[in-house]
Write a protein that binds this ligand. Structure first.
Ligand code: HEC
Length: 127
């Protein structure tokens, strides 16, 4: 017997599933567009850093999120980004292994990347 009650319970379950989905963590930007001034940084980041640090610097299996308290400006200033790209990083905060130096980027590219990452951090309430 398929009563209205059963259908009602089924619909309720479906509703809960949908509700749970929408409470998944939002991307740092809240899904909003990246302001024009940070788009060069975003493109450069996606091309050179996102393979390990993830889309929107949210982290992957190969590298940590840069949108993280550890990387706020007071702990890792902009110079830390320049040094990381130029020389690589010896693993010290995480267990992902070392970061290789990134040959494809100039200091100007890294400046743009830092602006983008700082913006992501601000969106996430870090700083
Ligand atoms: C092949 C993977 C990989 C790529 C590509 C990569 N990183 Fe990293 N990065 C890492 C890992 C792993 C760490 C964490 C090391 C630790 O502290 O354990 C790290 C750490 C960092 C840090 C922290 C440095 C510090 O002083 O602790 C910065 C900043 C950084 N990366 C920026 C970048 C930028 C900018 C790019 C692109 C130009 C980039 N990374 C590309 C893997 C990568």
């Amino acid at each position: 017997m398929t009563s209205r009650l059963q259908i009602g319970v089924w619909l309720l379950g479906l509703g809960l599933l949908v509700a749970c989905d929408s409470s998944d963590p939002k991307p740092a930007t809240g899904g909003g567009p990246v302001p024009a001034e940070f788009q060069v940084g975003e493109t450069t980041f996606n091309a050179n850093c996102a393979a390990c640090h993830g889309k929107q610097a949210a982290g992957t299996d190969h590298g940590p999120p840069l949108v993280h308290k550890i990387y706020e400006p007071h702990h890792h200033g902009d110079q830390a980004f320049q040094l990381a790209a130029a020389n690589g990083v010896k693993a010290h905060h995480w267990e992902f292994g070392n970061m290789p130096k990134i040959d494809g980027v100039t200091p100007e590219n890294v400046d743009q990347i830092v602006k983008y990452v700082r913006w992501l951090q601000r969106q996430a309430g870090i700083q």
